[in-house]
Design a protein around this ligand. Structure first.
Ligand code: BF8
Ligand code: SF4
Length: 647
């Protein structure tokens, strides 16, 4: 098939071979992607917006503020720091609301499951019992589903709770819990913090950027240590806590001779039900009837991560590839639910036989067909969706599946797995991780999380990760960043070849990749638990802020990333992005990027250049190592057999 020249400047930022290959085929010649729209729009970002100093919170504006120019404060008198803080806090509120509304659906689905109203069941009883302890549910003489109902109802009540604190905070180190109490950061109820944040950012309410950020932190903690953590745990209990599993990723996972269905979005109830339905004899027979050899499910974005981590179902693409996946012409249906779904998808699908199917009453799209996913008839809903896709198979016309680009990856590193993979199957413990940080084989730990963003080249995650592992920094990854890592071949033990000597030795001994896939964006809560367990294990200080641990979401685009960043900063972690809408205010930028370190021990930073960004992370790790007194060059002792067995 002939290729066309990609005539857009945005495409200079594509390095992914499969994306280039798909978009340059003849069949994709009329497809417009975000790369094209970046070029077509022909506008650079508004400097006021990019700097966070454009306010449209009331109809006297919009007001563009110039920091330090008296005439250019808002009509109401709002200064640059107030406007930047209000905008930043609204992003936290929106991100928290998204994770929270997702989590609420998971809790409701969990309760329905425990009541026997869905086709799912409890898979991880031990984890449910741990949760019962946290939520103070008496388990004596109760059968497991009853315990589940009581845990679920207590979890659900925390969304609307007005007083007290959310239960999961108890999992944080005692030092951090005490600090949150002192700072008045403890979330009282999950929804309450989002509502209060929206109120305080309304015109004429909170006009003190420091006070706004007090609520910004409380709201973000309601996300990380509240709704996201609940969602991750209940999802694990229902669908299984991930364990390492080999799987494939990239558009090459689509199959010539099968009905290809891609699942895109975030809520795993839909994806899990589709997985179950795709194994159903009736569905397989229907597929055969239309000439297909089977049903091939593949994930996109975070839903992709959920089924990849738990079932080894392949991932076809990340956020940036969602349009390209359709542009293969080989997808019978793209099934979507909520979040990160581009409005352009039905338009792209018009060029092919692909049916875009929306499934959630909260998220409909013009040009898509809606089939409501009913959680109480999950298998029935999933089958209706599959039937639609199967019927489409015969309509598949010219298509192009990039053949040689699918990449193998080892995924499924829940914080429990990290515990066991480094601690041995008989004594799960973070001791070996802490010891190897103390002895310097592992310099520190970095989280690379978050989205893709067409503003920058698509290999930023890969560049940052390679620079970090080269300097012996163990990388944990989630979200679309994890998918880029898979496509770059960094999620395999063989990627040890990119590591410094110390980290390479650990990876070779344990047989693990230097970049560990920890899950979807909601699963960043696993990283909070991992850091808490590192503190509990001892030897690396008594606070999360003492640990040589850092985080980044370099290519962030979603407001969820801001909420995630803030819950890490409020927990004591250094977080760096390529840009943030705060630079229009000197005071507010200084507050987040310098002063915050004296409040929580964590802070924000910005660096556009990926390699410099990685080195800022390394410098922060080294600063923490020096403070812990573990920065001295130690004599390098190679692992002997006994030490290998020990690890
Ligand atoms: O929650 S990483 S582009 S898919 S927001 Fe969206 Fe960003 Fe991907 Fe998942 Ni997370
Ligand atoms: Fe302008 Fe103040 Fe209204 Fe914002 S709230 S739009 S700064 S007048």
């Amino acid at each position: 098939m002939a290729k066309r020249k990609l005539e857009c400047v945005g495409c200079d930022s594509i390095t992914c071979p499969s994306t280039i290959d798909v978009l340059s085929q003849d069949i994709a010649k009329d497809v417009k992607t975000a790369y094209h729209r970046v070029e077509d729009r022909g506008m650079s970002a508004c400097l006021f917006g990019a700097g966070g100093v454009c306010c449209r919170h009331c109809n006297m504006g919009p007001c563009q503020i110039i920091d330090g120019v008296d005439e250019l404060v808002g009509v109401c008198g709002a200064t640059a720091e107030t406007v930047a803080a209000r905008g930043f806090c609204r992003a936290i509120a929106a991100g928290t609301a998204s994770h929270t509304d997702h989590a609420r659906e998971m809790v409701r689905g969990f309760i329905a499951t425990c009541k026997g109203e869905t086709e799912h069941s409890i898979k991880d009883e031990a984890k449910l019992l741990e949760m019962a302890e946290i939520f103070e549910v008496d388990t004596t003489d109760k059968e497991i589903n009853q315990i589940g109902i009581e845990v679920g109802e207590k979890a659900l009540a925390e969304f609307g709770q007005q007083e007290g604190t959310v239960s999961m905070l108890k999992r944080a180190p005692a030092t951090l819990q005490a600090l949150w109490k002192e700072l008045d950061y403890e979330p009282r109820g999950i929804d309450r913090e989002v509502v209060e944040m929206m109120h305080r950012t309304h015109m004429g309410v909170d006009q003190d950027y420091k006070n706004l950020m007090q609520q910004g932190s409380r709201c973000a903690l309601a996300d990380g240590w509240g709704s996201s953590m609940m969602s991750t745990d209940l999802t694990d209990i229902m669908f299984g806590t991930p364990v390492p599993i080999r799987a494939m990723s990239d558009m090459g996972v689509l199959k010539e001779d099968q009905v290809n269905i891609t699942v895109h979005g975030h809520e795993p109830l839909l994806a899990e039900s589709l997985c179950m339905a795709a194994e159903d004899e009736e569905m397989l027979k229907l597929a055969k009837k239309v000439g297909a050899k089977g049903i091939n499910l593949a994930g996109v974005c975070c839903t992709g991560n959920e089924i990849l981590m738990r079932r080894g179902i392949p991932v076809a693409g990340s956020f940036a590839q969602q349009e390209s996946v359709i542009a293969t012409g080989a997808v019978e249906a793209m099934v979507v639910d909520v979040q990160c779904v581009m409005e352009s998808l039905p338009k792209v699908a018009e060029n092919f036989h692909t049916q875009v199917i929306t499934t959630n009453y909260r998220a409909k799209m013009a040009g898509a067909e809606h089939i409501q996913f009913e959680e109480k008839d999950s298998l029935g809903s999933a089958k209706s969706i599959l039937k639609k896709a199967i019927a489409n198979f015969k309509k598949r016309g010219k298509h192009f599946i990039p053949k040689d680009v699918k990449k193998e990856a080892v995924v499924g590193f829940s914080h429990e797995t990290v515990n066991y993979i480094l601690g041995g199957s008989f004594r799960g413990s973070y001791r070996p991780l802490n010891d190897n940080i103390i002895n310097g084989r592992i310099r520190g730990v970095a989280a690379i999380v978050g989205c893709d963003n067409y503003k920058y080249s698509d290999d930023v995650h890969e560049m940052v990760a390679k620079e970090l592992i080269k300097h012996d920094v163990l990388v944990l990854t989630t979200g679309c960043a994890a998918q880029s890592m898979a496509m770059a071949g960094l999620l395999t033990p063989e990627a040890a070849k990119y590591c410094g000597d110390g980290l390479a030795e650990i990876c070779e001994t344990v047989g693990m990749p230097p970049v560990l896939h920890v899950g979807s964006c909601v699963d960043n809560s696993r990283l909070l638990i991992a850091t808490s367990q590192m503190v509990a294990e001892g030897g690396l200080g008594d606070k999360i802020s003492d640990l040589p641990v850092v985080g980044t979401a370099p290519l962030w685009m979603s407001e969820k990333a801001v909420a995630i960043g803030q819950y890490f900063v409020a927990s004591g972690v250094y977080v760096i992005f390529q840009n943030l809408p705060i630079t229009g205010s000197k005071k507010f930028s200084k507050y987040l990027m310098e002063d915050y370190e004296n409040i929580t021990g964590g802070k924000w930073d910005i660096e556009e250049d990926p390699i410099k960004l990685a080195h800022k992370m390394i410098a922060q790790i080294d600063k923490k190592r020096a403070a812990l007194g573990i920065d001295k060059e130690q004599e390098r002792v190679l692992f002997d057999m006994e030490m290998r067995r020990d690890i």
